[in-house]
Design a protein around this ligand. Structure first.
Ligand code: 5GP
Ligand code: MG
Length: 215
């Protein structure tokens, strides 16, 4: 079953006001607070428990963006479960999903089992559409997809999640496990990255590229 809620109004009306002072230069706005995340995860966990009761559950989590979400979600799942990880990473430090590389394969046997596939955010759907066939060939009984965030307006692939924490507009978000160039994963909330951070980072990346190509 899919539970979706919309965050309010996508306009950035209150810049920085609810951002902790330490992060104000880099984070434009808190989109989802710690409390909202915690409440939503409890509801999602109850739904998952209902659907997986009496089954052999294997949670497969995609590294690295799921760290916080996964830890909070599974502590609310009162079911026997096993946990494994797949490493998926996209090249480059930009804000678009680039070419995917698998950095860690599954170790647990999922044949005949019920898989809960956990990711931080479903964006274009490219990651999921690469990961799903890799798990399907291992012959699990079924695969359910659980994501903290969903950006439906960006979807290019025919993939949807069964459990969604929050549907969000097309912002580049960071925090609560989500990174920009490997930073900001430690923020306890989901925030919108300040566009100037993006620009600075992109400039640095471009400069490196220019230096490389002029060698
Ligand atoms: P997709 O393959 O569905 O386009 O994107 C999925 C992956 O791209 C996510 O697992 C995440 O790593 C990354 N991604 C997509 N949108 C965002 C975003 O707004 N912020 C961050 N930090 N990562 C994102
Ligand atoms: Mg990811």
């Amino acid at each position: 079953m899919s539970a979706k809620i919309k965050t309010q109004n996508s306009k950035l009306k209150t810049p920085a006001r609810n951002v902790p002072p330490r992060w104000r230069k880099e984070v434009e706005r808190v989109l989802i607070t710690e409390d909202q995340i915690a409440r939503r995860i409890r509801v999602m966990a109850r739904e998952i428990e209902r659907d997986f009761r009496g089954r052999e559950m294997v949670v497969v989590s995609l590294l690295n963006g799921t760290v916080m979400f996964l830890a909070d979600l599974i502590r609310h799942l009162s079911l026997p479960l096993r946990l494994d990880f797949m490493g998926v990473s996209s090249y480059g430090a930009g804000t678009e999903s680039g070419d995917l590389v698998f950095t860690k394969e599954l170790r647990l046997d999922v044949r005949g089992r019920d898989v809960l596939l956990v990711d931080d955010i479903l964006d274009t759907g490219k990651t999921m559409s690469r990961v799903l066939p890799k798990i399907r060939v291992l012959k699990p009984r079924r695969i359910k997809i659980c994501v903290l965030l969903d950006k439906p307006s960006r979807r290019t692939e025919g993939v949807e999640a069964d459990y969604v924490g929050f549907q969000i507009p097309d912002f580049f978000v960071i925090g609560y496990g989500l990174d920009f160039a490997e930073r900001y994963r430690n923020l306890p909330f989901v925030g919108v990255l300040h566009p100037h951070v993006c620009k600075q980072a992109c400039q640095r990346i471009n400069e490196v590229e220019v230096r490389k190509s002029s060698r």
